[in-house]
Design a protein around this ligand. Structure first.
Ligand code: NAD
Length: 294
């Protein structure tokens, strides 16, 4: 019997990669329901899955912000059970807080937070009934610690942490494992797909000169971090596979050790000031040094 996997956000990046990886697995042990908001974007997935593996892949429309679309996708699962649910759909938002429109911020929470909840809600009753299941969520280092100019994205990913950690406690009773795959920067179209306040220049003009200068410094830092520390999707997929194959997966998996000193500092120095200082130093004092090295 195949392991039935449902993945959200499969038109690009990690979701696309994971769907291809599982559907092409040599064991043919997975049946993947790769879901995406816009079926018009299914070509890349179809092209990547070699012929002969079509019995291991089905593509379904699912917009995680549309409950009706989540429910109708769930009804199309032929096996009428899901062994592994991967909540991966997510969007970023960058810029000075005062420049974000209410609608932009709401979209981030609708996709990253409420979208994850809706997806879990759709499949949780079945998993509870069968007393088995794995829920795997694309988490972020930005869900564990604040990142400048990413306040709303981080808030949405912090919310996902609270959701998953809370669920994990109760779901032990049902033999359901919740896991967060905590990613640092990954080479996907995430940055490109992200909503950026600065791309709408009129909005950026609304803030003061000092904030704008700091934001440009941050964007530069971000570029350097992606250049120096971004992981390839393949590395991330390894970690997903570890969680999917583990008999008893952990709550958190870190794909990289790069941010571990900052993550630990936040946990050990509980009043938060040391983290705030260290993160400031990391972003705003290190540009010069790294440029010299390059
Ligand atoms: P990506 O932009 O390629 O993938 C995100 C996917 O989510 C896209 O395919 C997009 O179409 C989909 N999506 C957006 N809104 C949706 C909706 N309403 N319904 C269904 N799907 C929707 O980027 P990625 O890097 O593959 O991101 C995947 C996950 O990894 C996200 O949750 C992201 O927050 C997380 N993550 C990414 C990075 C990174 O640097 N790339 C870092 C940390 C965490």
């Amino acid at each position: 019997e195949k392991t039935v996997v449902v993945i959200t956000g499969c038109s690009s990046g990690i979701g696309l990669g994971l769907a291809v990886r599982l559907a092409s697995d040599a064991s043919r042990g997975f049946k993947v329901y790769a879901t995406m908001r816009n079926l018009g974007k299914k070509e890349r997935l179809l092209e990547s899955v070699r012929d002969g593996h079509m019995d291991t892949l089905e593509i379904l429309q699912m917009d995680v912000t549309d409950q009706q679309s989540v429910v109708s996708a769930a009804q199309k699962i032929k096996e009428q059970r899901v062994d592994v649910l991967v909540c991966n759909a997510g969007v970023g938002l960058m810029g000075p807080l005062e420049c974000h429109s209410y609608q932009n911020m709401k979209t981030i929470f609708d996709v990253n937070f409420f979208g994850t909840i809706s997806t879990i809600q759709a499949f949780l009753p079945g998993m509870k009934h069968r007393k088995s299941g794995k829920i795997i969520v694309s988490g972020s280092v930005g869900g564990l610690q604040g990142v400048p100019f990413n306040a709303v994205y981080c808030a949405s990913k912090f919310a996902v942490e609270g959701l998953c950690e809370s669920l994990a406690i109760i779901l032990q009773h049902f033999n359901i494992h919740v896991s967060l795959i905590e990613c640092g920067p990954v080479n996907t179209s995430f940055l490109h797909n992200m909503q950026r306040t600065d791309l709408d220049n009129s909005r950026l003009q609304e803030t003061d000169l000092e904030t704008r200068a700091l934001y440009h410094q941050y964007l530069h830092h971000c570029q350097m971090i992606f250049r120096d520390a971004a992981q390839d999707t393949e590395d991330i997929l390894q970690v997903f596979m570890e969680a999917i194959n583990a008999p008893s997966p952990a709550l958190r998996y870190f794909t990289t050790q790069f941010f571990m000193p900052l993550t630990k500092l936040k946990l050990t120095s509980t009043n938060g000031s040391d983290y705030v200082k260290a993160m400031h130093q990391f972003v705003f004092s290190s540009n010069q040094k790294r440029d010299d090295k390059a």
